[in-house]
Design a protein around this ligand. Structure first.
Ligand code: FAD
Length: 335
């Protein structure tokens, strides 16, 4: 990568955002304005979530297409395997690739409401790793290898890999996936995703930097090589905190919880959540995190304040680079 030698680039801290698809026309146009503001900050990518059973297929793709058409930022499509046959998953991936999407977050997805984790709910693809493999395979089938003659050796043919590249991220769980039996199972799952062809991971939210940093150490010792971006969720109200703990199964961060509960104003709560996220972001960067991934909740103000507080929206960070050196090994040919 030529950027690796650019001093401005090597000091730049990459960051990225997650959005969810809008649920109404009004929300869609508000989201476009949010995307414009987030894109102007120069993220590496903006990811868009996907409803567990495909419920948001159309609206997720619309948001991804907007990012592609209206900004210079790479969109990243979350895709899940829940309930799909092999043929349906194949068709879905092809549709996203045909729309120009080259970055994916491949996830298994959760059981639909009312269905237990122990009941059969998945479909043909049983894990995120299988989805990673399928994305690579569909891309390989869409864009076959091109043969070319080697100059001076007309009988010999070289195989040129002219394929467009795909980046496939996966989920990682510093405090363990709720259905994991042990911490080693989480690391083994990550290794299986790496073997399947994943080249980046984004973590579930967490509240303490040492949870992420010790997880990274264990992952590296086990042989996980790709960058693992910490996912930071600024928690700006007690209601939001309760909701995300319910969804993620994370333990209650008692200090933050008490601060939010005793603060009477919305503005004050927003400030508490922002400051907590800033402190976490700074500790992660000091500990060697390769960048920051912010759960934006379809709003720009809080996440941009967090990045500003972490000192990563300075002049050297303003130029968007689509392949920051920290992610140098995350985009590769499909195999
Ligand atoms: P997997 O990696 O397949 O693993 C899930 C669990 O199964 C782990 O405990 C693993 O150890 C275990 N496991 C996997 N394979 C095996 C095996 N062969 N044998 C035994 N155990 C196994 N959900 C959505 O619906 N839409 C989204 O857009 C979305 N975005 C997300 C973004 C991020 C950054 C994260 C962290 C999660 C997201 N989720 C999303 C939630 C995700 O779908 C759930 O957490 C899901 O339960 C796990 O997905 P996974 O990809 O980690 O699954």
């Amino acid at each position: 990568m030529t950027q690796a030698t650019d001093p401005a680039c090597t000091t730049r801290v990459p960051f990225s955002f997650e959005l969810y698809p809008p649920r109404s026309d009004a929300a869609a146009s508000a989201l476009h304005a949010t995307i414009d503001r987030l894109a102007a900050a120069g993220p590496e990518f903006i990811s868009v979530t996907y409803g567990a059973n495909g419920s948001s297929r159309g609206s997720s793709l619309e948001v991804l297409k907007y990012i592609l058409a209206a900004t210079a930022v790479e969109p990243m499509a979350h895709l899940t395997c829940v309930g799909s046959s092999h043929t349906e998953a194949n068709r879905l991936i092809r549709e996203f690739l045909d729309a120009g999407i080259r970055n994916f977050l491949a996830i298994r997805g959760d059981p639909p409401a009312g269905v237990l984790e122990t009941e059969p709910f998945l479909g043909d693809l049983k894990s995120a790793g299988e989805l990673v493999q399928l994305i690579h395979r569909v891309q390989a089938e869409r864009v076959p290898y091109q043969e070319s003659v080697i100059p001076g050796l007309p009988q010999a043919r070289s195989v040129k890999t002219e394929r467009e590249k795909v980046r496939i991220a996966v989920a990682a769980f510093p405090n363990g996936h709720p259905s994991s039996r042990s911490t080693s199972q989480d690391i083994d799952t990550l290794l299986a995703k790496q073997a399947a062809g994943a080249n980046l991971a984004v973590t579930q939210l967490f509240f303490h930097a040492d949870h992420y940093l010790s997880f990274i150490q264990r992952a590296r010792e086990a042989g996980v090589e790709f960058p693992i971006l910490p996912g930071i969720m600024p928690v700006t109200s007690p209601t939001r905190l309760r909701r995300i703990l319910e969804l993620s199964g994370e333990e209650l961060p008692s200090e933050l919880s008490i601060q939010l509960e005793v603060e009477p104003t919305d503005e004050g709560q927003r400030e508490i959540g922002t400051l907590h996220a800033v402190r976490l972001g700074n500790e992660l960067l000091a500990g060697g995190a390769p960048g920051l991934h912010l759960y934006a909740f379809n709003q720009h103000e809080t996440v941009l304040s967090v990045l500003e507080g972490c000192g990563v929206l300075g002049a050297q960070n303003r130029t968007p680079t689509l392949s920051h050196p920290a992610f140098a090994n995350t985009v590769k040919e499909s195999v």
